[in-house]
Design a binder for this molecule. Structure first.
Ligand SMILES: Nc1ncnc2c1ncn2[C@@H]1O[C@H](COP(=O)(O)OP(=O)(O)OP(=O)(O)O)[C@@H](O)[C@H]1O
Length: 812
């Protein structure tokens, strides 16, 4: 994942290139107060919000400014897509996302499944572009020291075996874990047309700034314990990335962080190796170290840049914030010094080593170039000061110019190399006749026709001897041909034998190398099998336990069901009992109501009868009064009495009031009190039942003049002065019991003057009862002077006497 340290190029090999800075304004609610304004495609304004009194404000110009609502694809196309294109052409790049917490750095870098950011898009672009042009798996591998190497067929096989082993291990370890890959919805299918003749291997690393880093004198800085993993497909890459993110989230959760507090570095490495299109594989003479064919794209999601004072951090969190700030400060210092050096030509020491992040990417500023910075701005008004700070940093970064290495294009000698390889292959094939099939020239090995039957009849047989000589010569020639063919076959055979012996030795050598590995793998395999058996046993035990638990669960469920049924039945019967009780209560209530209304009707009947009786009596009394006092307006009294008596018995209170008003009028009439006199009348009930008035009643109701204030005027009984009011026709009761009062004055018709001289009042009233009975009613009252100078009588008691002959009483 780290940039390699390459030999510093001479000035003719480099060109200068500025750091490109882009700004992206986070999308916020339109109702929110903001402090960042999009001016045009290159300019942004940061102005103080209305509630902040500040003259600071700033306007900055960048390579491009993305306003709120900018689509993820548009931002990718402008910033990251050219970098991926360069990566596929063998050039490295470095992209930083800088901004305060929650300004959209991670949103821009990763995004979400529905709004994918740089990373998923970059991965998609790489894999769709190299489709069909990938090297064999494990053909290229990381040397674990920031470089890459090419493996031979045999090593590739061994490596594959090792990796498979690792894979089995990791699968066993991660058994049961759910490492699902989010389904990024990438709206565009990115595809870059690449030059012919290369095969590609893709690697990736994910780390954060907390990892250790080491300085390698040969190849530069690289992280310790960072796994460089070959990824073969988009899904593979996303899975790896998700694993890294998950680890980061777990770390953050365990530290109880709410925002990213580490610098996340995601690196994509592409190794492009020329290959021979005739064989479909890499060139045989390809050097093992293929680091120079690799290019990297580093996407760095920096932690929030806010100041410590804003984070309210304390303790460990403060130290952590300090570390984050230190690394960002070092980045700023390096950029400031670089800018200073470039401006003045000075050679100030750039403190790359002061933080891991600058140490890691130093080469990009010094040699490789291709640096881009995306500043994320949260336009919320509360972020005004932080945004100013971010803009200052971005402007400083924009002012620096990086050297960029002009890489020799390996495409140039590609065809020539292919031709050379073809020639070498042909030569090799020619030389290697031993690989040709075993060819035996049967004709050459034939002995020729059998010797003819020759018979010599004399030693100078001129006919036969020449024939024989000819045959023998042919035979010699034949023998020579056979000898040559035999020699050829012997030589070929010996060569083949030698070759196979050599191969055998080679194979034995390799076997000796492989044997321990195979043994190791077999051992590992045995161990895994044992593990597997142990786990299977455990699994069986667990399954058995699960079965038992299932049975228990079923029993418990059945029990629960039974209990539920019982409970339901009980509540059903309870509901029935309740309903029955309710019905019974209703019946009882109805009966009671009927009984009450019956009694009420009876009582009403009774009281009606009594009223009728009283009316008759009242008629008699009226007759008496009309006889005695011609001046008394009996007709008015009668009307009053009739009115009151006709009043329905709807309200006891109204009835009482009316009764009281009637009796008051009557008493006044009887007492001869003129309208100018004020008389306080006791309530009818008080008179009838001789009950004292209820305390505080008059105050409560606030009605009529109160007499309580007169109570203190009352004198002792012995000092009472009585006014005895006896109408003319009152007969002397004689021996009948009489009230014990000494009347100051006896009058038939009392006047105001009479009342003023006394403090007690007694009215003797008589009426005829049934037969010859005379009913005498004694009405007592207290006389008070009123505030206004009048006099009032308050009736306090009533006594009734019925007199008649003894025979009448006997009859009764
Ligand atoms: N341009 C945008 N459009 C819509 N939503 C955005 C945008 N930028 C950020 N967001 C939303 O704002 C929230 C915070 O964004 P994000 O996590 O990317 O901030 P951050 O700068 O990475 O914060 P931290 O430093 O804590 O990691 C997220 O819910 C994200 O979806």
């Amino acid at each position: 994942m780290r940039p390699k340290r390459v030999k510093t190029p001479s000035s003719s090999d480099v060109e200068m290139e500025p750091v490109e800075v882009f700004a992206r304004i986070k999308t916020v609610s339109p109702t929110e107060d903001t402090c960042v304004d999009f001016v045009d495609e290159r300019t942004v304004d940061c102005k103080p919000p209305p509630d902040v009194v500040s003259d600071k404000g700033s306007r900055a110009t960048f390579t491009k400014v993305f306003n709120q609502g900018a689509a993820q694809s548009a931002v990718y196309d402008e910033i990251c897509r050219p970098m991926v294109k360069r990566l596929l052409k063998g050039k490295s790049g470095l992209l930083f996302n800088y901004g305060v917490t929650s300004s959209g750095k991670t949103y821009t870098m990763t995004g979400s499944p529905n709004q994918p950011g740089f990373l998923p898009r970059a991965m998609e672009m790489i894999f769709s572009s190299i489709d069909g042009h990938q090297t064999k798996e494990f053909r290229v591998t990381s040397d674990d020291r920031n470089g890459f190497k090419l493996l031979s067929e045999t090593d590739m096989m061994t490596h594959r075996l090792e990796k498979r082993n690792e894979l089995v291990h990791s699968r066993i370890a991660s058994r049961g874990s759910t490492n699902t890959v989010p389904n990024y919805n990438i709206d565009e299918h990115y595809m870059e047309s690449l030059s012919e003749g290369f095969q590609y291997a893709v690697f990736m690393t994910y780390c954060d700034i907390y990892n250790e880093s080491l300085d390698d004198p040969e190849r530069g800085v690289y992280g310790h314990n960072i796994t460089v993993k070959e990824v073969r497909s988009l899904e593979d890459a996303l899975r790896e990335y998700e694993r890294g993110l998950k680890q980061r989230r777990m770390a953050e959760t365990s530290l109880n962080r709410t925002s990213s507090r580490s610098h996340a570095i995601m690196s994509l490495h592409v190794v492009r190796i020329p290959y021979d299109r005739n064989t479909g594989d890499v060139f045989e003479d390809q050097v093992e170290d293929v680091t120079s064919f690799a290019s990297s794209l580093h996407l760095v999601d920096l932690a929030g840049s806010e100041r410590q004072s804003r984070t309210n951090a304390a303790g460990d969190r403060l130290r952590e914030a300090g570390n984050i700030n230190n690394s960002l400060m070092t980045l700023r210092r390096c950029i400031d010094i670089l800018r200073q050096n470039q401006r003045t030509g000075a050679r100030g020491n750039v403190p790359y080593r002061s933080s891991k992040i600058t140490h890691m990417f130093r080469n990009f500023f010094e040699i490789l170039g291709g640096v881009k910075l995306v500043i994320c701005l949260n336009p919320a008004a509360s972020e005004f000061n932080e945004n100013l700070d971010v803009l200052n940093f971005a402007e400083a970064a924009q002012a620096i110019v990086c050297k960029r290495e002009i890489k020799e294009d390996i495409e140039e000698d590609f065809t020539a190399r292919e031709e050379q390889a073809a020639m070498a292959r042909a030569k090799k094939n020619k030389r290697r006749t031993i690989f040709q099939p075993w060819m035996v020239n049967e004709e050459a090995l034939a002995h020729g026709p059998p010797l003819p039957c020759v018979e010599l009849f004399s030693c100078d047989d001129a006919e036969m001897i020449p024939q024989l000589i000819d045959i023998i010569r042919q035979r010699v020639e034949r023998r020579e041909i056979i000898g040559e063919e035999t020699d050829r076959l012997t030589t070929t055979f010996r060569k083949k034998l030698n070759h196979f012996e050599r191969e055998n030795v080679d194979a034995l050598g390799k076997l000796r190398i492989l044997e321990p590995q195979v043994e190791k793998i077999e051992g590992e395999n045995d161990r895994l099998l044992k593990d597997n058996r142990r786990l299977e046993k455990k699994n069986r035990a667990l399954m058995e336990a699960q079965r038992v638990y299932e049975l228990d669960k079923k029993e418990a469920e059945a029990e629960l069901q039974a209990m539920n049924n019982k409970l339901e039945n009980e509540s059903k019967s309870k509901r029935q009992i309740e309903a029955a009780a309710k019905r019974k209560m209703e019946d009882e209530r109805r009966k009671l109501n009927m009984e009450t209304s019956r009694k009420l009707r009876e009582a009403e009947e009774n009281s009606k009868n009594r009223l009728n009786l009283n009316e008759a009596k009242m008629d008699q009394l009226r007759n008496i009064l009309s006889k005695n006092s011609p001046r008394t307006p009996v007709s008015r009294v009668n009307r009053e009495v009739e009115r009151v008596e006709r009043t329905p018995v709807s309200s006891a209170r109204t009835r009482n009031l009316r009764k009281r008003s009637v009796s008051e009028t009557r008493m006044k009439e009887e007492a001869g009190i003129t309208p100018g006199m004020s008389v306080k009348t006791p309530s009818a009930s008080n008179i009838k039942e001789n009950r004292p008035p209820r305390p505080g009643r008059s105050q409560e109701r606030g009605r009529g003049p109160t007499t309580d204030h007169l109570a203190h005027k009352r004198r002792s009984k012995s000092a009472d002065k009585w006014l005895a009011h006896t109408p003319k026709e009152t007969i002397d009761p004689g021996t009948v019991l009489q009230p014990k009062v000494i009347a100051k004055k006896n009058v038939h018709i009392p006047s105001v003057g009479d009342l003023k001289t006394v403090d007690q009042y007694l009215l003797t009233h008589q009426e005829l009862g049934t037969g010859n009975q005379v009913k005498t009613t004694l009405v007592k009252g207290e006389v008070y002077g009123t505030r206004t100078g009048g006099t009032q009588v308050r009736f306090t008691g009533k006594e009734k006497l019925t007199s008649g002959t003894s025979s009448e009483f006997r009859r009764k």
